[in-house]
Design a protein around this ligand. Structure first.
Ligand SMILES: Nc1nc2c(c(=O)[nH]1)N[C@H]1C(S)=C(S)[C@@H](COP(=O)(O)O)O[C@H]1N2
Ligand SMILES: [Mo]
Length: 429
């Protein structure tokens, strides 16, 4: 977030408490971000004067080349927060530090992780993927075999259905944005469309579902509707241009765009075509939604529309009053984001945010809004709408409608409180 300086009082406000028009971030208005009509927009630059001194040039050569690059050591504080369930190693999760990222892509080293029994060490030469069950020709693929099929690439997000579940808690948890909502990441995934492999095996007309199974010691298993498998399911081999990371399912994972993360089975070893869902332990004891009357909803696959402001956010406080860029992420498992509105007065009034290109289906969309903070207390929030017209609810209404016994699919509006000293906290508004 940049602290923007301006003397121009004519900036058009679009909602209460100083929210400015999104044209500041649209292409045709980009000139306004220059020194022109707004005055200085760069974060607090000092005026250059004759005699201004730059840091001295080094007198010796820099570090040599390396075989595999790493980020600057000055960035080492940017890391995932990890949690292993008590008494286990490798069963738990790690959260992407959303508040430290910009744009839409999650770097591979910061992709969130969720493992039911740790990360297996799989030699790609030994790994096999079996397609069997109600098919004309059961087939077994090596990683080499898979690599010879035509591949596609898509930039898409994956979100654990347990993401943000702490939002059901009676009091707002004080964590970073990533600590609250970071079971969410977005990558360019490359692999073979599953439909190609299923067509090659020849699906029996009685086949309506797939059992999919991972090669970890948890043997994570889920049931996938055949319709989804034939639509946009990917047998993913690459993540942001390189082979999958072990934590993301090396050497091969299933990727089901827009569906709850759990069903994108990692370390994929088996796909069995069946007439009906298998009702595995992972989809009955877990990953089902408890209704107010205690009964359970099964197979609630799509992740609904959601958004969060990453800057400002807890730990990224404001300094002086003045102009700021509000920046955040919006996503939906149902398609593209069509609109994000931002409020800086606790939801009393809203203004449209600018969406950064590219806006892709089932991906993360970056949104931006300009705000003149007057230094008083404020509650800021974002509300996303997707192309199906689905919109986020405020938390009170969300909890009233969904009940409070659920653990999955929390997608209510997130509110941050800005105190007079600029500190940001999680609040229920
Ligand atoms: N084989 C296997 N696949 C798995 C899991 C697992 O524990 N084992 N965890 C699932 C869950 S709950 C989620 S949210 C996603 C997480 O994917 P990631 O670790 O690549 O972020 O993987 C899913 N696939
Ligand atoms: Mo998950």
């Amino acid at each position: 977030m940049s602290n923007i300086k301006s003397n121009d009082e004519s900036l058009e406000t679009v909602a209460g408490n100083g929210l400015l028009h999104r044209r500041m971030f649209l292409t045709q208005g980009a000139a306004m971000l220059g020194a022109g009509s707004l005055g200085l927009l760069v974060p607090n630059p000092a005026a250059a004067q004759s005699g201004t001194k730059l840091p001295l040039l080094p007198k010796t050569p820099g570090a040599p080349m390396s075989a595999y690059g790493d980020r600057s050591h000055y960035e080492n504080d940017v890391h995932r927060s990890t949690l292993s369930y008590p008494g286990t190693t490798g069963s738990g999760g790690s959260w992407t530090p959303l508040e430290s990222l910009e744009g839409m892509i999650t770097p591979n080293g910061l992709h969130f992780e969720r493992h039911h029994s740790g990360i297996p060490d799989i030699n790609p030469d030994d790994h096999r993927l079996l397609i069997h069950g109600l098919v004309d020709r059961p087939l077994v693929f090596s990683i080499d075999d898979l690599s010879r099929y035509p591949m596609v690439s898509r930039i898409q997000m994956i979100e654990c259905s347990g993401n943000s579940r702490i939002g059901w808690a009676p009091e707002p948890a004080q964590r970073t944005c990533g600590g609250l909502h970071g079971l969410l990441s977005c990558s360019e995934w490359t692999g073979v469309p599953l439909s190609i492999l299923l067509d090659e095996a020849g699906v029996d007309p009685r086949g309506k579902w797939l059992l999919v199974e991972g090669a970890d010691s948890a043997a994570m298993s889920r049931s996938v509707p055949l319709e989804k498998a034939m639509d946009d399911a990917l047998i993913a081999l690459y993540q942001n241009g390189e082979r999958l990371r072990p934590a993301q399912g090396y050497p091969v994972r299933l990727f089901l765009p827009g569906y709850e993360g759990n069903i994108s089975v990692k370390w994929l070893r088996r796909l069995k075509v069946t007439t009906a869902p298998t009702f595995t332990r992972n989809e009955t004891a877990e990953y089902s939604d408890t209704l107010p009357d205690g009964s359970s909803l099964l197979f609630t696959f799509p992740m609904e529309v959601k958004s969060v402001i990453t800057a400002p956010s807890p730990g990224r406080s404001l300094k002086d009053k003045g102009l700021y860029e509000i920046s955040g992420m919006a996503w939906s498992g149902a398609g593209k984001i069509s609109q994000v509105d931002v409020s800086v007065d606790g939801g009393k009034s809203w203004g449209r945010a600018a969406l950064s290109e590219p806006v892709l289906s089932k991906s993360i969309t970056r949104f931006r809004a300009a705000w003149r903070w007057d230094g008083g207390p404020a509650i800021i929030m974002s509300r996303a709408v997707d192309e199906t017209g689905d919109v986020q609810l405020d938390r009170t209404r969300f909890v009233a409608e969904r009940g409070s016994k659920r653990n999955y699919h929390y997608n209510a509006i997130q509110s941050w409180k800005i105190a007079e000293n600029g500190e940001v906290t999680n609040v229920y508004a």
